[in-house]
Design a protein. Structure first.
Length: 139
């Protein structure tokens, strides 16, 4: 599975027939709150890289394995400025470049989640990719 297919899979689940008729800006507004930036830190506490991920449950996120490879610790940053430490790895597949991470969000219930699907988009089907690998700051 290529890295970009991960994001295509979650978008395919949110872009079903009912949502496919929505204008693109409205569709992205509905998806974007589930997307996060994940910062990786080395053993000296220095940030050495960032990547995108998305919530599939209030305490579980999916990202690419390479985003956290070698990290001593990591932090999830939401678009609204909240930050959560990564507690651990729930599952990983290095060969497919996927990792499922756990965080503690406490009593915050404003988390938007996306559903995973097992089928790839059909040939010719439109897909969009939404991410925040460099953060949410606007230039």
């Amino acid at each position: 599975m290529r890295k970009v297919e991960l994001l295509c899979l979650f978008l395919a689940s949110t872009c079903g027939a009912a949502r496919a008729q929505e204008p693109l800006p409205a569709l992205i507004r509905g998806i974007a709150p589930a997307v996060v930036t994940i910062a990786a830190y080395d053993s000296a506490g220095l940030e050495y890289g960032t990547g995108s991920g998305f919530f599939i449950r209030h305490d579980l996120l999916v990202t690419n394995y390479h985003v956290l490879a070698g990290a001593s610790r990591a932090e999830v940053r939401t678009a609204d400025g909240k930050k959560y430490p990564v507690l651990g790895v729930a599952a990983e597949n290095k060969s497919r470049d996927l990792i499922l991470i756990e965080i503690e969000t406490g009593s915050w219930t404003g988390i938007k989640t996306l559903d995973m699907v097992s089928a790839l988009p059909e040939v010719g089907e439109r897909v969009i990719v939404v991410g925040s690998p460099l953060g949410f700051e606007q230039p």
